[in-house]
Design a protein around this ligand. Structure first.
Ligand code: BES
Ligand code: ZN
Length: 621
């Protein structure tokens, strides 16, 4: 325990750039006060006054009540004149609070939409420890509880849902180390974004340690009947027994990706990289929880064709987890860098043909999304967002991801790959365990990369960061394979090539996806029936292809695919698939069908997905 404490202290001091581990208390307070932090509109906390540095979480998971009862004990650092510690809470029942071991009063301010409420705890300039005993709500937005033969609980904390299961300073600008003791039903294994077990304990008790300081959005817990398989020296997979063989095969190249990533931008900071296959209700493709990526089972295609998602989550181990966006307005610093890094890992492991096909697809997705956003809220096409008074979830569009990617690609093409790689490597190394906001990054960029007028005007940073749409100097991507698909599609549309003569079986998933997602909206249902007869698309194991197919089936009212449509929508909770399909139903006058399927599917979805779908389908509980 003592060793842990001093290690934690050491890391923390490194993280905030102080040299002396034996710093006196007043020096420490100074340090807290001096630390530059951007204002985060999505947290009530005031870390400049009192900041949490280490969490000890003691919790019991109750599947029957769908609740966690826990105590969160924080080590804190306070400014000399500190009067209170503010923690973000949402839907938590607070039982009691102690300050340095003494029972203390506490206040909960009124609840605000999606932000929850601040919990205010009285402290002084010499307070060291604060403890909160509480219970979560059965409707806690971070959780998804799966019942049945294989019960499962997982959390999704990003962006501001950690506060629904742990009272915390829920701002990416606050980092803390943690340890946890978690009790779960005996037949289940508990896993966190921390050092994890590889076997079930006999009594359902598990201990966790996370020695590197992380922001709250990377707090994660999963509880399920899973097993572990090693796939490399530092990598492995967790999945339920029905999926573990498939997962072991699908993700066998994780160690190669890790080696490639380290070769590009420096040493991996988190020791192990494991992946947990979640139930299909997981609302995202992947979530970069440190040491343990959470992933949707829909990337298990049987042929390793969808592993770019693993490259993406792995890349976050640098962009995001090591150098963290200061606020959700700076989200592109997490995701844009990660998509760029993902592409580089894919290129290193699978070759440029593959990575260029992926870039071509993301370019198309970006152009479509820019068009769509320009109609609604043009300023949301800026890389730098303005999410004050809005749900940070609104910022989760292709802009941060793919406009961010193309901006970095433009930098690479402007200065050359060698120069850009050494810039990025130094950027990650010199800002490790720190936050980054857009202005600080732009200063760093000007000083270290775009250091001539010529370079600056070639890139035109303001047009990308604070300008609308896609600037005229956006790099072009070309993929010969994708161009051939486009020509084939054109010929098929004109009737110059028969459905059963398409080179479908020679096509990789990216090519099949391109073909299906670019079918004209008004394609006749009879022609889709032809495609299905020739290629049996309803039974593909590739969920990206299936998704593109089902969306088109909806648009063409190819009703023969509607049984598959229903099982897909009821069985899969990944929002990226759900939104376009339900939207297509609404846009084509099939809202009644959409509502009917949604009624059946909704109990299976996570709050992140129901939040979007309720609005889309006008659903009121
Ligand atoms: N960190 C994100 C997921 C996220 C972002 C959750 C914002 C909540 C708020 C994750 O790394 C991600 O980007 N996932 C993508 C996959 C990726 C390959 C683009 C997803 O889930 O679709
Ligand atoms: Zn991401």
């Amino acid at each position: 325990m003592n060793m842990l404490k001093s290690l934690v202290g050491g890391l923390l001091l490194v993280a905030v750039g102080c040299a002396a581990p034996e710093a006196s208390h007043s020096k420490k307070s100074q340090l807290v006060a001096d630390m530059k932090r951007a204002t985060d509109h999505h947290s009530f906390s005031k870390p400049d006054e009192a900041v949490t540095t280490h969490l000890k979480w003691d919790a019991r998971v109750d599947f029957d009540q769908r609740q966690i009862t826990a105590t969160a004990t924080y080590q804190i650092q306070t400014a000399k004149d500190a009067e209170r510690l503010l923690l973000d809470c949402r839907d938590l029942t607070i039982h009691s609070v102690t300050v340095d071991g003494q029972e203390a009063p506490f206040e909960l301010a009124p609840v605000r939409p999606f932000l929850g409420q601040p919990l205010s705890i009285p402290v002084t300039g010499s307070t060291q420890e604060v403890s909160v005993a509480y219970t979560t709500s059965p409707d806690a937005a971070a959780f998804l509880w799966v019942e049945g033969a294989s019960p499962f609980l997982f959390t999704q904390s990003q962006a501001i849902l950690a506060r629904t299961w742990v009272p915390c300073q829920d701002s990416p600008g606050v980092r803390f180390t943690y340890e946890a003791h978690v009790e779960v039903p005996t037949e289940l294994m508990a896993l966190m974004s921390a050092v994890n077990p590889t076997e079930k304990s006999a009594d359902g008790h598990y201990d966790f340690v996370m020695e590197q300081p992380i922001p709250s959005y990377l707090l994660a817990l999963a509880v399920g009947n899973v097993e572990f398989r090693s796939v490399g020296a530092h990598t492995g997979v967790y999945a339920t027994s029905d999926l573990i063989d498939a997962a072991e095969y699908e993700f066998a190249e994780m160690e190669d990706m890790l080696v490639a990533a380290e070769g590009l931008y420096g040493k991996y900071a988190w020791e192990r990289y494991d992946l947990l296959v979640l139930p299909a209700a997981f609302p995202f493709g992947g979530m970069e929880n440190p040491r343990l990526t959470f992933a949707t089972p829909t990337i298990i295609a049987g042929d390793r064709s969808l592993v770019s998602l693993v490259a993406h989550e792995l890349a976050h181990s640098w962009s995001g987890n090591l150098v963290t966006n200061a606020t959700w307005d700076d989200f592109w610093l997490n995701e844009g860098f990660t998509v760029y890094f993902e592409q580089r890992i894919m290129e290193a492991v699978y070759g440029r043909d593959i990575s260029e096909m992926l870039s071509t697809l993301s370019y198309q997705g970006l152009v479509d999304e820019v068009d769509a956003i320009m109609d609604v809220n043009p300023n949301d096409t800026h890389l730098r967002l303005h999410l004050k008074d809005r749900d940070p979830d609104d910022g989760m569009t292709a802009i941060a991801y793919d406009k961010g990617y193309f901006f970095l690609r433009l930098l690479e093409e402007t200065v050359g790959r060698r120069t850009f790689d050494s810039f990025l490597k130094t950027y990650f190394t010199s800002h490790a365990f720190q936050v980054m906001d857009t202005d600080t990054f732009l200063d760093y960029l000007n000083d270290n990369l775009l250091n001539t007028e010529e370079l600056r005007s070639a890139v035109n940073v303001p047009a990308w960061v604070d300008g609308q749409g896609l600037p005229g100097n956006c790099p072009e991507v070309k993929s010969a394979r994708i161009e051939r698909v486009d020509a084939t599609l054109n010929a098929w549309t004109l009737g110059n090539i028969a459905s059963d003569a398409l080179p479908w079986s020679d096509w990789l998933y990216q090519e099949r996806y391109r073909f299906l997602s670019n079918l004209p909206d008004n394609t006749d249902a009879a022609r889709l029936a032809e495609l299905d007869a020739a290629w049996d698309i309803n039974s593909t194991g590739n969920n990206e292809v299936l998704f593109a197919w089902l969306e088109q089936a909806v648009r063409s009212q190819h009703t023969k695919a509607y049984d598959r449509l229903r099982t897909f929508l009821v069985g899969v909770g990944r929002r990226k698939f759900l939104t376009p399909i339900y939207k297509a139903m609404v846009e084509t006058g099939q809202t009644e069908l959409a509502r009917d399927i949604y009624k059946e599917a909704r109990p299976n979805y996570h709050s992140v997905a129901t939040g979007t779908m309720d609005e889309l389908l006008g659903f009121v509980e």
